[in-house]
Design a protein around this ligand. Structure first.
Ligand code: PMP
Ligand code: GLN
Length: 379
């Protein structure tokens, strides 16, 4: 293994899902729903396969129906216009979009500012590109970014800001003032910004505002999202990039040698999903608000310090008050002894000590499952 990947082990999600499978524990670790998305959308995928749509290589940019649906979605929810032919790219999940974007835009030695704690694939992709990750710490309990620290972190080597809101794992959602300040800074320092918005429809207590909609940002923002969280089909791995044509072309240039294309029939189904009426989206949020409250209240009552998330389907907790000194050991033991799996947030920090006693739980599960998990934890 090359030097860029030295120190990168098995992803914490793979490790914890394997532990859940081995122990039969309730898996509140890796973020996937325990109920599939709408039947009508599953049927659309079946229909596409049977009708021979997408069974052979789709175009590298993605099927026209889905590119149009993504463009319509950006207009419908955010008033953003993007040309489906030149400003939309379909990817194998947001994961490939992140990889292709970093590989396409970064030179070795470039600096990339990301929030810390960070989604694990950012660290790996930035490393694979030979670039340097510069963390901007989000601190408990609110996990809001320190914009003075952001300004100070920018150097002549800074090439990208890689932002994530709603933020995994903390549940922080960037507000209008923060986004406006980040936009001003990006324009002033002439930076490109990559935004990971996969939880855009899981902003529960706050409005999700895309950075690309702020003054001066459309031309310098590569926006990434995917169907996994919004439509509860995380295994389909259909994601997308919206950006100005030259950035889309750059990302496509890398992407064509990663997968070229993927998920043909699912692309047609996701095109239908994006056009679902507003009540699909509001019901998704209402459901997750209820599940969040159920899990957060249950964890609080059990003695966890709970950082109630504004968005995503994760809650970060601190287990120090329970007398725990290491979240990793705690999670491993919890699976064995109590039959519940969580994710130790230390995997999302450069220095594990910073998040040593933080543990993340996913609430994209049926209420009865969350109730059972809480009952087990309380025991
Ligand atoms: N970004 C973040 C912040 C995530 O939590 C995830 C996990 N789904 C991804 C990207 C990857 O998305 P996808 O499953 O579409 O590849
Ligand atoms: N995004 C999911 C999470 O944060 C994990 C996806 C993965 O396993 N790569 O739990």
């Amino acid at each position: 293994m090359n030097s860029r990947l030295q120190g990168t082990g098995t992803s914490i999600f793979a490790e914890m899902s394997a532990l859940a499978a081995a122990t039969g524990a309730i898996n509140l670790g890796q973020g996937f729903p325990d109920t599939d998305g709408p039947d009508s959308i599953a049927e659309a995928a079946v229909r596409a396969i049977r009708d021979g749509r997408g069974n052979q290589y789709p175009p590298g940019r993605g099927v026209p129906e889905l590119r149009l649906a993504v463009s319509d979605h950006q207009k419908r929810f955010y008033g953003l216009s993007c040309d489906p032919d030149t400003e939309v790219l379909i990817t194998a999940g947001a994961t490939e979009a992140i990889a292709a974007t970093t590989l396409a835009l970064l030179e070795p030695g470039d600096e990339v500012i990301t929030f810390e704690p960070f989604y694990d694939s950012y660290a790996a992709c930035i490393a694979m590109a030979g670039a340097v990750r510069v963390p901007l710490m989000l601190r408990a309990p609110a996990f809001r970014p320190d914009l003075t620290a952001l300004r100070a972190a920018i150097t002549p080597r800074t090439r990208l800001l890689l932002l994530n809101s709603p933020h995994n794992p903390t549940g922080m959602v960037l507000n209008r003032e923060e986004l406006a300040a980040i936009a001003e800074l990006a324009v002033e320092r002439d930076l490109l910004v990559v935004t990971d918005e996969v939880y855009e429809h899981l902003a529960l207590d706050a409005e999700h505002l895309p950075l690309a909609s702020f003054p001066g940002m459309r031309e310098r923002t590569v926006s990434i999202s995917s169907a996994g969280k919004t439509f509860s089909f995380t295994g389909w791995k259909i994601g997308w990039v919206t950006a100005p044509p030259e950035h889309v072309t750059a990302v496509l240039t890398a992407k064509q040698y990663l997968t070229f294309a993927g998920g043909g029939p699912f692309q047609f189904a996701v095109a239908e999903a994006l056009a679902l009426p507003d009540d699909y989206y509001t019901t998704l949020q209402d459901d997750h608000r209820r599940r969040r409250d159920l899990l957060c209240d249950g964890l609080s009552a059990t003695g966890f310090d709970v950082f109630r998330p504004e968005g995503t389907y994760f809650v970060t907790t601190d287990v120090a008050r329970l007398g725990v000194v290491d979240g990793m050991a705690f999670c491993r033991e919890l699976a064995q002894r109590r039959g519940v799996v969580g994710i130790p947030n230390q995997a999302f920090y450069d220095d594990p000590d910073t998040g040593r006693t933080q543990v993340r739980f996913a609430f994209c599960k049926q209420a009865s499952v969350l109730e059972e998990a809480v009952a087990r934890l309380r025991a």
